[in-house]
Design a protein around this ligand. Structure first.
Ligand code: XMP
Length: 517
């Protein structure tokens, strides 16, 4: 049985994926669709509820995303958020005006009786971000919430099951945002909460068995969260019919290749092939210093090594990859701002399959293609994949290659691996690990003068990078306690050969990036 569906209709706002994640957290399956999705297609999808997202435009801009009145006549409950709220009012004959005073940030609102606000205290704090507001309601609607500066913070027409909020319930700063979404989904739309990870695992395994039959499956395993969880699901489904190919380019963190191999061979009963090709990569990278060229070489070589291995004994079957839902939809941020072009399915996926191999495979399998990262992690935990692996921080594809500035050599890799391991060890012991989204050491390829005992040294500088962030698009440098940094610095200079100086990177993003190359 298919899950009940909620559609998040995308009008180009910055929190669209967050809305979808919150809906899923409420136990309701949802998909993000472009606002231009034809009404007939929406009717066929048969959603039990629709949510209009925010967006940066004004409804009076000619180029701003609009929607046909027909959508309100489908009888499907709709919740409009921010721009979506204004659009609902405007499309149904209401009026939108500029606020005398824009509201941005945490704002106090009070509400009256409404299904949307059941179990929400009369006064609460919500997150607002708007310069327009609904100044006149369409016929048949009533105001249900207001703030000091916004006379219409929420409105509704319960008979038609149309609801709207000027604020952002999906953002954690909205005190009872989750309750409001829950009320809409369960009390207005009548969802039953059939999106449960245990069910997902069972139905996905059954579907995989059905699709794969007795054929073989090849999966590229990077040791990252997504491909690891995909491997877990596939191995549960088809066991030894699955072969995981793990390309170890030698640019992983200290002992990481061994950790990945041990974890997978002990946890799952599949074929595991590890291709050790550090020397091959190093010889290709010899003398190369330009960051983009390094990335390109590592990327191309990775693909070559992987497909050469696969070619060795693939005669058919399926190719699997750990693509997740956000990989399949374009991020709204890079698109024409605010044109609601977010939910366009990407045509290029993780891996480009060479033409000769395409002919061989019966198809591509993406068992996590409908999941957000948090859901992938939940599935991973349920499959018994170790916590460390499931909660692993992002690690760039080119690995330490983008953390060694200048030419990459075996000696530099070793110094950086050792330094990074010390930093990680101290962060783990310090108790601040959970506050950091990513932390690592960088080898800037800078030599400085130092003194050790009676000797002058001229050795490597290590830079430490640690960040906090919500989405990696922007980031702040982490305020790690000085005594933790002092301990790391001390250990690095004492324990890691060829390190005589340590600096801490205090650049936020922007203007910096998380990685140094
Ligand atoms: P930047 O440096 O762009 O990094 O601020 C943002 C996030 O992306 C990760 N990153 C990469 N991940 N391949 C990847 O798979 C790459 O080439 C790559 N470059 C950066 C980075 O670690 C951070 O989490």
């Amino acid at each position: 049985m298919a899950n009940q569906l909620c559609i998040v209709l995308d009008f180009g706002g910055q929190y669209n994926q967050l809305i979808a994640r919150r809906v899923r957290e409420c136990g309701v399956y949802c998909e993000i669709r472009n606002y231009q999705t034809p009404i007939d297609e929406i009717r066929q999808l048969d959603p039990a509820g629709i949510i209009f997202t925010g967006g940066p435009n004004s409804v009076y801009d000619e180029s701003s995303p609009h929607i046909s009145k027909e959508i309100f006549e489908l009888g499907i409950p709709i919740l409009g958020i921010c721009y979506g709220c204004q659009l609902m009012a405007y499309t149904l004959g209401g009026k939108v005006s500029s606020c005398e005073k824009s509201e941005y940030g945490k704002i106090d609102v009070s509400h009256s009786e409404s299904l949307l606000f059941s179990n929400v205290p009369e006064n609460s704090t919500v997150w607002m971000s708007h310069t327009d507001f609904v100044s006149e309601l369409p016929e048949g609607f009533k105001v249900t919430a207001k703030s000091q500066d916004c006379p219409c913070a929420a409105f509704e027409c319960p008979d038609k099951k149309l609801y709207a909020v000027q604020f952002h319930p999906e953002v954690t700063h909205s005190q009872f945002g989750k309750e409001i979404l829950h009320n809409f989904l369960y009390d207005v739309c009548g969802f039953t909460g059939d999106w449960v990870m245990d069910d997902f695992i069972d139905t996905t395994i059954a579907k995989l068995r059905d699709t794969i039959g007795t054929k073989k499956v090849i999966l590229g395993l990077s040791g990252g969260v997504d491909s690891s969880v995909a491997a877990g699901l596939l191995s549960r489904a088809v066991g030894k019919q699955l072969t995981c190919v793990f390309v170890d380019h030698g640019l992983m963190r200290k002992d990481e290749g061994d950790y990945v191999e041990e974890t997978f061979t002990s946890l799952f009963d599949t074929n595991f092939v590890r291709v050790n090709c550090k020397d091959k990569f190093l010889s290709k990278l010899k003398g190369v210093t330009d960051p983009e060229t390094k990335r390109k070489i590592i990327g191309e070589e990775f693909i070559n090594v992987f497909w050469d291995e696969v070619r060795k004994d693939t005669t058919g079957g399926f190719f699997a990859q750990g693509t997740i839902y956000p990989d399949r939809i374009e991020s709204g941020k890079g698109n024409e701002a605010g044109k609601g072009s977010t939910a366009v399915i990407k045509t290029h996926h993780n891996t480009v399959i060479p033409e000769d191999m395409k002919k061989l495979f019966d198809g591509i399998i993406e068992p996590l293609g409908d999941l957000f990262k948090d859901e992938v992690r939940a599935v991973g935990e349920k499959l018994g994949i170790p916590h460390d692996l499931v909660w692993r921080q992002p690690f760039p594809g080119p690995g330490l290659g983008v953390r060694i500035i200048g030419e990459i050599t075996e000696e530099k890799i070793e110094i950086l691996q050792e330094a990074d391991a010390v930093f990680r060890d101290e962060i783990r012991k310090s108790g601040v690990e959970n506050e950091l989204k990513q932390f690592f050491a960088v080898l800037p390829d800078v030599h400085t003068v130092g003194v050790m005992g009676d000797h002058r040294t001229y050795d490597h500088l290590i830079a430490l990078r640690a960040i906090t962030t919500d989405d990696f698009m922007t980031a702040d440098w982490a305020r790690i306690p000085f005594d933790v940094l002092a301990k790391v610095s001390n250990r690095l200079c004492n324990e890691v050969d060829h390190v005589n100086r340590v600096v801490y990177d205090i650049t936020s993003k922007p203007p910096g990036t998380v990685e140094w190359e």
